[in-house]
Write a protein that binds this ligand. Structure first.
Ligand code: PMV
Length: 370
């Protein structure tokens, strides 16, 4: 940024894991116990805007409870509590502090703001309702990390060029974002992304065009945060062997994606879902994210998996750390699934999305003077 003030707008999608990140090696840096694989989404996303002003007090940062100016209509600010605001602002301090070195590594010049001059305000908003039970930390942390890094570059257009052309730059940003929220590091590329240790990687997938549905059975806030879940699952007797099983399943899924074997993908996602929720249900003390309607849906899907009458057409069904099943299927089958679900569970709210390419820059503007 060359002027005294600037405004940086980005959007970043959520992602849905088929091999789950559950259990951390290190809570400070969010290094995972096991590798994971997710599909990046497109429309279920966060819009973020950072306004920088070099005339503000050095190092100042504030969160404003409003949607960014150019976010689509109906997109809402997430209504963060004090702890959430503190977590996101402290993460932005970390991104700002790391930016001079990061930008220099990729041949980009940092702005005076990157070195601590002036302050900023953050606005962000999600396309999915706060109460829809969709985890927003992946999209939120990816979006704010990207907006802050962009604000730290002396030349927004050079930043754009490197961001678009150099996937290693995206991955380096993903590594910083991971420190705010682990799963956010998989939202920087897509559609299929693997995450091992401190690295993310795009995975080859030879699948038909897909659609993604969230079956919203509950809009209540989580009873157990994912940070708590990462810790508590280690008290389960099923934790023993979990890392090895997840790694084996991850290797098999990588191969199934490459081979375009949707049926194998569906079976792996199904077992992984039960394993993660098995850990929750057998932790000391046990906990659950399920609602009565979750159980009904799981029972219905269990029958479909068991009968396996769909030929090559088993749906991919998974649950995040929440009560709402996610279904991924070929685009050609999505209307059929929506009709079947509507018939069986009339009135259930369904959010629809598709695979996406990851976090994106929208616009950067700068002002020389008031
Ligand atoms: O990024 P976190 O710490 O909120 O972890 C979330 C992990 C799961 O969403 C439950 C699974 C995953 O891999 O996304």
């Amino acid at each position: 940024m060359r002027g005294v003030a600037g405004c940086f707008r980005v959007k970043a999608p959520s992602n849905i894991a088929l091999i789950k990140y559950m259990g951390k090696k290190d809570s400070a840096s969010n290094l995972p116990e096991n590798g994971s694989i997710s599909m990046t989404l497109e429309e279920l996303c966060t819009y973020a805007e950072i306004q920088v002003d070099l005339r503000d007090e050095d190092g100042a940062g504030a969160w404003v409870d409003e949607a960014p100016a150019d976010a689509p209509r109906g997109v809402r600010a997430p209504g963060l509590g004090a702890a959430g605001i503190e977590k996101i602002l402290s993460h932005l301090g970390r991104v700002r502090g790391a930016s001079p070195d990061l930008l220099a590594t990729f041949g980009l010049e940092p702005s005076p703001f990157a070195s601590g001059r002036g302050g900023f305000t953050l606005r962000s908003a999600n396309t999915f309702p706060q109460a829809s039970g969709i985890a927003s930390s992946a999209s939120s942390f990816a979006a704010v990390t990207l907006a802050m890094a962009w604000a730290c570059a002396a030349s927004p257009s050079d930043f754009r060029e490197v961001y678009m052309e150099n996937v290693e730059f995206r991955r380096a940003l993903a590594g910083i974002s991971r420190r705010g929220s682990g799963s956010s590091c998989r939202s920087f590329e897509g559609p299929w992304v693997g995450w091992d240790g401190d690295r993310t990687l795009a995975l080859e997938a030879n699948l038909p065009e897909l659609r993604h549905l969230v079956l919203v059975v509950s809009e209540r806030a989580k009873r157990v945060s994912s940070s708590q879940a990462h810790l508590r699952i280690k008290s389960s007797p099923l934790w023993k062997g979990r890392v090895e099983r997840a790694e084996t399943r991850k290797a098999t899924l990588t191969e199934a994606l490459r081979a375009g074997d949707l049926r194998a993908v569906a079976r792996l996602a199904w077992s992984e879902t039960w394993e993660m929720h098995g850990l929750f249900h057998t932790a000391e003390p046990p906990f659950t994210y399920w609602e009565p309607a979750t159980v009904e849906l799981l029972q219905w899907f269990s029958g479909i998996m068991e009968d396996d009458v769909e030929g090559g057409d088993l749906p991919i069904v998974t649950l995040d750390a929440g009560p709402n099943p996610h279904l991924i299927c070929p685009a050609s089958r999505v209307e059929g699934w929506k009709a079947r679900i509507g018939e069986k569970f009339g009135g259930i709210r369904i959010l629809e999305d598709r695979p996406g390419a990851g976090a994106r820059l929208i616009s950067a503007t700068s002002k020389d003077r008031e």
